[in-house]
Design a protein around this ligand. Structure first.
Ligand code: PLP
Length: 456
């Protein structure tokens, strides 16, 4: 088999600022050992997130020039609306400035006190918006999804048995909705099978429960369905996407992921009554319903990106590049989540640093070590992000201590990725010297964004 090449040429480049280990040690100290607080100029390879960091295509940049900035009724909105309708099959499309704005609007209306939201795994902003509105989020990930080292094709599946048991025990009346996150970002970027979505939809319909898709990485998920699930090998991605959305009542989307846009999102649904309430809130918080917090040019970029992301050559390269890095690390004995997910490589920090207890945040310790060693920025997805305190102020740790290396779309080449692998392997060889961390300052919600830390 020949090398799978990047399916693009580079027309415009951004310089990387090189720096030294000594410089980075100080920069990280100045940032209170929180990589979110670093200046990005001080980062050499930025794998903090795949959100809003994609390289747009020449067609998207051309779309930017075509953007019509009329306050109301812009043709850019109609092109955007038509793309979203074409892919999701939903009858109402509401633009927002990003995914969490869609969540805020949707959960302000459907959520509230004693309302429960059940998911395979809720993303951090999704959970935070549910809780902020007074509701409760419950994750019901399938058994395979709980063991990082055991490969399975669809580790993002929701545990449908647990869902049915919950409904039997507590009834369905207080369940605001079920949300399936595709791919499962906080659970390793693992895909959800069509069979699992179909079964979840059957359960929801039987109990009159609304089903939404958190669609941020819908195309990556559809590619996994095409390549791993029986009966989908010869179906085009768009057809698979159409089927996936057809089982749901609506979706939230961050266009900063699978739409190659630097900003944007949307909320789509079929319920006209709910849509009216959402639009009324949209006008107060985001903007008029034909722009919703976005410029006309952003709407154009999203409309074009939504089709580009479904191209099979792109998805083939995209998924392969994540697999390539995962494989290199795994071959060197580095504990990684298997199989590779759709948008990121996840290191298992508990296994990587067995000498650091969970209340000393092994994930964050690893994040810091990778920055110091190689100027690579990544993020902890573990107890710093998801940990809670009990009444005695003892840490209730997250289920997994992961470090996520999210790969921006169409941005880094194979030599960048080879360098990343080399740095991680070097850190792995010196892992015994890595020290645990403690939090010195934190916010009440989403603390990982602003927390200050130090060595324990
Ligand atoms: C990024 C993301 C969101 C939130 O979208 P933003 O555009 O960052 O507000 C919601 N859910 C998932 C799964 C995400 O990855």
């Amino acid at each position: 088999m020949k090398t799978i090449i990047e399916p693009f040429r580079i027309k415009s480049v951004e310089p990387i600022h090189f720096n030294t280990e000594t410089y980075r040690r100080q920069a990280l100290k100045d940032a209170f050992y929180n990589t979110f607080l670093l200046h990005s100029d001080d980062v050499m390879i930025d794998l903090l997130t795949d959100s809003g960091t994609s390289a747009m295509s020449s067609a998207q940049w051309a779309g930017i020039m075509m953007g019509d900035e009329s306050y109301a009724g812009s043709p850019s909105f109609y092109r955007f609306e038509s793309a979203v309708k074409d892919i999701t099959g939903m009858s109402v499309v509401i633009p927002t400035h990003q995914g969490r704005a869609s969540e805020k609007i949707l959960f302000s209306i459907t959520g509230g006190k004693s309302k429960v939201f059940i998911s395979n795994t809720l993303f951090d902003t999704t959970r935070a918006n549910i809780e902020f509105a007074g509701g409760v989020g419950i994750d019901m990930i399938c058994k395979e999804g709980k063991s990082p080292a055991i490969p399975a094709p669809f580790k993002g599946n929701i545990d449908t048995e647990a869902l049915e048991n919950y409904i039997t025990r507590h009834g369905a009346a207080h369940i605001a909705m079920v949300i399936i996150t595709v791919t499962n970002n906080s659970g390793g970027g693992q895909p959800v099978s069509m069979a699992n979505i179909r079964e979840t939809s059957r359960i929801c319909k039987a109990h009159n429960i609304t089903l939404y898709i958190d669609a941020c990485r819908f195309a990556e998920n559809c590619y996994f369905i095409q390549t791993r699930e029986a009966g989908y090998a010869s179906k085009p991605i768009k057809e698979i996407a159409n089927e996936l959305f057809s089982y749901s009542d609506g979706c939230t989307m961050s266009a900063k992921k699978d739409a190659f846009a630097n900003i944007g999102g949307f909320l789509a649904m079929n319920d006209q009554e709910l849509a009216t309430k959402c639009r009324n809130l949209l006008v107060i918080t985001e903007g008029f319903p034909t722009y919703g917090g976005l410029a006309g040019r952003d709407l154009e970029a999203i409309a074009i990106g939504l089709y580009e992301v479904m191209e099979e050559n792109y998805l083939h390269y995209r998924i392969r590049s994540i697999e390539y890095l995962t494989q290199k690390l795994s071959d060197a004995g580095v504990p990684v989540m298997l199989p590779a997910g759709g948008h990121a490589v996840y290191l298992d920090a508990k296994q990587f640093l067995p000498h650091i207890p969970v209340d000393q945040y092994p994930g964050q310790a690893l994040v810091c070590a990778l920055y110091i060693k190689g100027g690579i920025r990544c993020v902890e997805i573990g107890s710093l992000m998801f940990g809670k305190y009990n009444e005695d102020h003892q840490l209730v740790p997250a289920a997994l201590e992961l470090v996520r290396l999210a790969i921006p779309r169409r941005v880094y080449t194979q030599s960048h990725i080879d360098y990343v692998a080399e740095v991680i392997i070097e850190v792995f060889e010196e892992r015994n010297q890595i020290k645990g961390m403690k939090i010195t300052e934190e916010a009440e919600t989403l603390r990982h964004f602003t927390a200050k830390l130090d060595f324990a």
